[in-house]
Ligand binder design. Sequence first.
Ligand SMILES: Cc1cc2nc3c(=O)[nH]c(=O)nc-3n(C[C@H](O)[C@H](O)[C@H](O)COP(=O)(O)OP(=O)(O)OC[C@H]3O[C@@H](n4cnc5c(N)ncnc54)[C@H](O)[C@@H]3O)c2cc1C
Length: 386
Amino acid sequence: MHPSALFAIDSLLTDEERDIRQAVRKVCDQEIRPHVAGWFEAGELPARELARTLGPVGVLGMHLDGYGCAGLGAVAYGLACLELEAADSGLRSLVSVQGSLAMYAIWKYGSEEQKQEWLPPMAAGERIGCFGLTEPDFGSDPAGMRTTARRDGSDWVLNGTKMWITNGSVSDVAVVWARADDGIRGFLVPAGTPGFTTHDLKQKVSLRASVTSELVLDEVRLPAEAMLPGARGLSGPLGCLNEARFGIVFGAMGAALDCLETTLAYAAERQIFARPLASFQLSQEKLADMALELGKGMLLALHLGRLKERGEITPEQVSVGKLNNVREAIAIARTCRTMLGASGITLEYPVIRHSVNLESVLTYEGTSEIHTLVIGRALTGLSAFH
Ligand SMILES: Cc1cc2nc3c(=O)[nH]c(=O)nc-3n(C[C@H](O)[C@H](O)[C@H](O)COP(=O)(O)OP(=O)(O)OC[C@H]3O[C@@H](n4cnc5c(N)ncnc54)[C@H](O)[C@@H]3O)c2cc1C
């Protein structure tokens, strides 16, 4: 029996949602799975080609309306994230950053001209975007950011450094958050703008099939129209992060599902003491426990998806989903790794790749500690952040 069948997960989906899941799974099976372990090993990702492959499937800016975006519901978007992350968290990161961070920022806070210029080619995968919030000294506490935006006539001049930026060096446009006189503002910085350079971070052990870069802004001069007019203060970038975190609630379950499916197949084949590994009680306890956490995580993701579709979801609820599902996905990946024995440490199986990828997922889009503090504040009314 498939783990999802234990919880009758499919009975909670519409026909359209099942079709979208199938379409994304198909493109992953054909274009991504055969190559992804090699990309991971080489620490390289053909991001531009992949964006052009994924754009026509409709997953880039999938949950946004208009401007060439598919305008689908939150659950459909979540299922796409799940399928992408079942292939690799790096692929889901590419799509999340493009759609939920860069495109969402433009869609939500941009001028009509900015939307017309960037959203259609980004939805088609012809242009890539990144989202620069984190700095070398400010990750969990972005309010401390040092990147500045200074007015010079009608122009803006940006100075600062952004760190750990997904899609950074392959982007055509960077959404950069900087401190201006009237608070934190967002800017669209096209690649090639004088003074704007990127450097890839090379020594990653996690999320190797993903481009991660440093962005350096040295007296970068931008016209007045480069600013996102609708965002002022930290609520701008935090609104975008809430969108991307939602995708992770589903995505993490995709990585966990791929680990569990791999392990079920392995345990059925692998003979130990002249019996299949799957036939031992200790194995079945692990498998049953993992299926329970996977099913509960899926139910939580679907519940949050339906709340989001009704416009009722709160940031605290997204924190509940992100904290629980990434934590449980890591636990599942580690347990699966034990069941694969020595084979579990090789890239021949996807399990160790998912396991180390999920370490990044635990940290980005708000660390597990930060989401714990969000939930603690909601429960007690007391903030323990500072
Ligand atoms: C692969 C990857 C891709 C990324 N992509 C992007 C991107 O595209 N754009 C972007 O802007 N950023 C990106 N990030 C950055 C990511 O969002 C940050 O790494 C994250 O916010 C944590 O910041 P930090 O690494 O500076 O850790 P820190 O903030 O230095 O935290 C260190 C530790 O302190 C803990 N901590 C923090 N505050 C408290 C507290 N109040 N109480 C107790 N413990 C606390 C943290 O939870 C963590 O365990 C990416 C990161 C990675 C790894």
